[in-house]
Design a protein around this ligand. Structure first.
Ligand code: 5AD
Ligand code: FES
Length: 346
């Protein structure tokens, strides 16, 4: 057994230089030891259960201009859409019938979805489906807005920190965005009582292994309930079109490391991971992941929520995605969990 894998398993931590050496270690035996350890830890906390989150992509409008993202406001070729209240409720009805007990409303930063609209739809979903969790992923908003939406019934909030390095943050975002505000939002969300998800992209342009260690340190400080990581995938209409994407190997290694550092965290096998390799999500599940997020958006808008090139699941009906994922989960040796799937120690 690789010493660093063993030490990380036993102590849930390594020094910066040890982390870097494990991140850089591409030896296949080490990778499989890491995956096995990660799998045994996830089984200790969650058994073979995999939680499903129905993802509803409510808007492709965004007032931000992140250099990596296909729906950035400068992308004049992006196709924009907004789901209205009835369409969102229809997605939930459909999802509930398919067995989903968490609905994630995600979108670009779109002022159309003000607090009045969001609180209305959140309370309506909670009224209709009291056994369901509502997760929001709507970017940076004011503390007051986060509080109002929590009071309306929202349970969880996903806001990837994207990178914990000031220097890298500035290379990935325009100057009107700041890491400071992003972190502030995350700590506020936590304090207000949301179950919080943070995370970052693997292999984003200019990212160093030291930057990744900074991400892991930030996650140790924040202690989120969920950690979303996936490979960076270039989008042809962005300034990062010609950069290389993140690799399957590095993403899997980081998933394993994260599972050992945060044994009880909710860790999704992301759509981006399934996009760069046909069996990417299955490999993620075998390396510590315990969440998948099937797409519940209406098929008519799916291709328009175009964050990166070649995104999978854009032609399938929700029911097809559900069946496909169920099959993938079972073929990897796991089982679909029923229920909301809250953080293990809640
Ligand atoms: N490749 C991979 N992930 C991306 N995201 C945005 N653009 C890309 C891309 N080109 C991720 C960001 C964001 C999440 C919703 O999608 O991390 O937080
Ligand atoms: Fe929308 Fe970045 S382009 S949040």
């Amino acid at each position: 057994m690789n010493e660093l894998v063993q030490k990380l398993f036993e102590t849930r931590n390594l020094s910066d230089s040890e982390l870097i050496s494990l991140i850089e270690n591409s030896d296949p035996d080490t990778s499989s030891e890491l995956a096995d350890r990660a799998d045994s830890v996830r089984k200790k906390y969650y058994g073979k259960k995999v939680f499903l989150r129905g993802l509803i992509e409510i808007s492709s409008y965004c007032k931000n201009d992140c250099l990596y993202c296909g729906i950035r406001k400068s992308n004049k070729n992006a196709q924009r859409y907004r789901l209205d209240r009835d369409s969102i409720l229809e997605c939930c009805r459909n999802g509930y019938e398919l067995g989903f007990r968490t609905f994630v409303m995600q979108g670009g930063e779109d002022n159309f979805y003000d607090d009045t609209f969001m609180c209305g739809i959140i309370s309506e979903i909670k009224n209709k489906y009291p056994d369901c969790a509502v997760t929001l992923s709507l970017g940076e908003r004011t503390k007051k807005s986060y509080m109002r939406m929590k009071e309306a019934g929202a349970d969880r909030y996903l806001l990837r920190h994207e990178t914990a390095s000031e220097e890298l943050y500035r290379k990935l975002h325009p100057h009107n965005m700041s890491l400071k505000n992003r972190k502030k939002c995350l700590f506020e969300l936590r304090k207000i009582g949301y179950q919080v998800g943070a995370g970052f992209m693997v292999g984003v342009p200019f990212q160093t292994n030291e930057n990744i260690v900074q991400d892991l340190r930030f996650l140790q400080e924040l202690r989120p309930h969920m950690i979303g990581i996936g490979p960076f995938i270039p989008h042809h209409d962005t300034p990062f079109a010609d950069f290389k994407g993140g690799t399957l190997e590095l993403t899997l290694r980081l998933l394993g490391i994260i599972r050992l550092m945060f044994p009880d965290v909710l860790l999704p096998a992301t759509t981006a991971l399934g996009t760069i390799a046909p069996n990417g999500r299955e490999l993620g599940l075998k390396t510590g992941c315990n969440v998948v997020m099937p797409n519940l958006s209406p098929v008519s808008v799916r291709k328009k929520y175009d964050l990166y090139d070649n995104k999978i699941c854009t032609g399938e009906e929700s029911a097809e995605c559900k069946v496909c994922l169920q099959r993938r989960i079972e073929s990897a040796g796991y089982e679909v969990a029923v229920g909301r799937g809250d953080f293990a120690t809640l």
